[in-house]
Design a protein around this ligand. Structure first.
Ligand code: MN
Length: 268
C-alpha cells in the first residue's frame, strides 16, 4: 500500500484537506513528512498548471495519486443527479475537463460530492438516469485512459451511494470496467455496520482509500477501528493508495505526521 495526502487548491472554502498552501510549499512538505503521493482538490480544471505540477512532482520524487472533482458541487452546485438539465450538463462538462487534465497526468478522477442527491420520489427512474450519465462519463474517461473512483458518501452529503454495497451496485449497473470504489473511512464510520466486512464484500471493486478517522480527524485520533479496516484491506490484497483526507487538526503538519505514523504502524 502507498500513502498519499490531500492538497486543496481552493482558498475560498474550508474543507477537509490536510494541506492548503501553494503546491510549491505543499508538495515538498508532503515529501519531507514521508508521503508517497499527493491528491489534488482543484477549484476546476483551470486551477491545475500541469507543467508546474509535473515539475514539482519530479523534483520532489513524489507521485500524484488522484484528482478530486468535489469543487464542482461545493463552489458551483453542479451535480450529476440534479433535476435541472442545465446543472447536469454543467456537472458533466466540469468533470470532463478534469478528466482531460487527469489524462495528461496519468491519474484517476474522484467522483464523490458531484453525484448529488436522489430522493424517494421516482427513485428507480432517477437512479437509472444517474447510471446512464455515470456510464457515459466513464466511457469519456476510458477513451482517455483515465479511471473513475466513485465514492459513497454519508447520507448528509449524498443520496445515491451511501455504502460500499450501494457503490458496487451502481458500478455494476454502468457495466464500465474503469470505475472503482473509493472507500472513505469517515463516511464508512457513519454508514457501514462493519467496516472490515464491507471492505471484504466489495473487495474486487476497491480502487482507492481515504485514510481518515471519525469527525474527519487524522487516522488514529478518532473512534474508527482503523486497524481492522487495514487488516481487511491486507486480506483482500489491496495495494493502492491510502490518502489522508483529513482536517488539518491541530494543524497541517501535525495532521500529516499523525497520518504517516499510523500508516507506518499499520500498513507496512
Ligand atoms: Mn473522501
Amino acid at each position: 500500500m502507498k500513502s498519499s495526502v490531500t492538497i486543496s487548491l481552493v482558498e475560498a472554502i474550508k474543507g477537509c484537506w490536510v494541506f492548503k498552501e501553494d503546491l510549491s510549499i505543499s508538495i515538498p512538505m508532503a515529501k519531507e513528512i514521508g508521503f508517497d503521493a499527493v491528491e489534488l482538490f482543484p477549484g476546476s480544471a483551470d486551477d491545475i498548471d500541469s507543467e508546474l505540477l509535473r515539475r514539482l512532482l519530479a523534483e520532489n520524487q513524489i507521485e500524484l495519486s488522484a484528482i478530486a472533482t468535489g469543487a464542482g458541487e461545493v463552489l458551483y452546485g453542479f451535480t450529476l443527479a440534479s433535476e435541472d438539465l442545465t446543472v447536469r450538463v454543467n456537472a458533466v462538462n466540469f468533470i470532463e475537463r478534469i478528466i482531460d487534465v487527469a489524462s495528461s497526468l496519468g491519474v484517476p478522477v474522484i467522483i464523490g460530492s458531484m453525484q448529488g442527491y436522489i430522493g424517494k420520489d421516482n427513485r428507480r427512474q432517477k437512479l437509472a438516469e444517474f447510471v446512464s450519465i455515470l456510464g457515459k462519463l466513464a466511457q469519456y474517461a476510458a477513451d482517455r485512459n483515465v479511471g473513475i473512483l466513485f465514492e459513497p458518501l454519508n447520507r448528509r452529503q449524498a443520496g445515491i451511494a451511501n455504502t460500499l454495497a450501494d457503490g458496487v451496485e451502481i458500478i455494476k449497473a454502468t457495466g464500465a470496467s474503469n470505475i472503482k470504489l473509493l472507500a472513505d473511512f469517515f463516511h464508512m464510520g457513519i454508514e457501514e455496520e462493519n467496516i472490515a466486512r464491507s471492505i471484504k464484500n466489495a473487495a474486487e471493486y476497491i480502487g482507492y482509500v481515504h485514510f481518515v478517522d471519525s469527525y474527519r480527524k487524522p487516522a488514529g485520533t478518532g473512534h474508527i477501528d482503523i486497524k481492522s479496516a487495514v487488516e481487511a484491506l491486507k486480506e483482500i490484497g489491496y495495494d493502492g493508495f491510502l490518502s489522508a483526507e483529513a482536517l488539518p487538526f491541530p494543524d497541517s503538519r501535525a495532521a500529516a505526521q499523525q497520518t504517516i505514523k499510523m500508516f507506518r504502524l499499520l500498513c507496512k
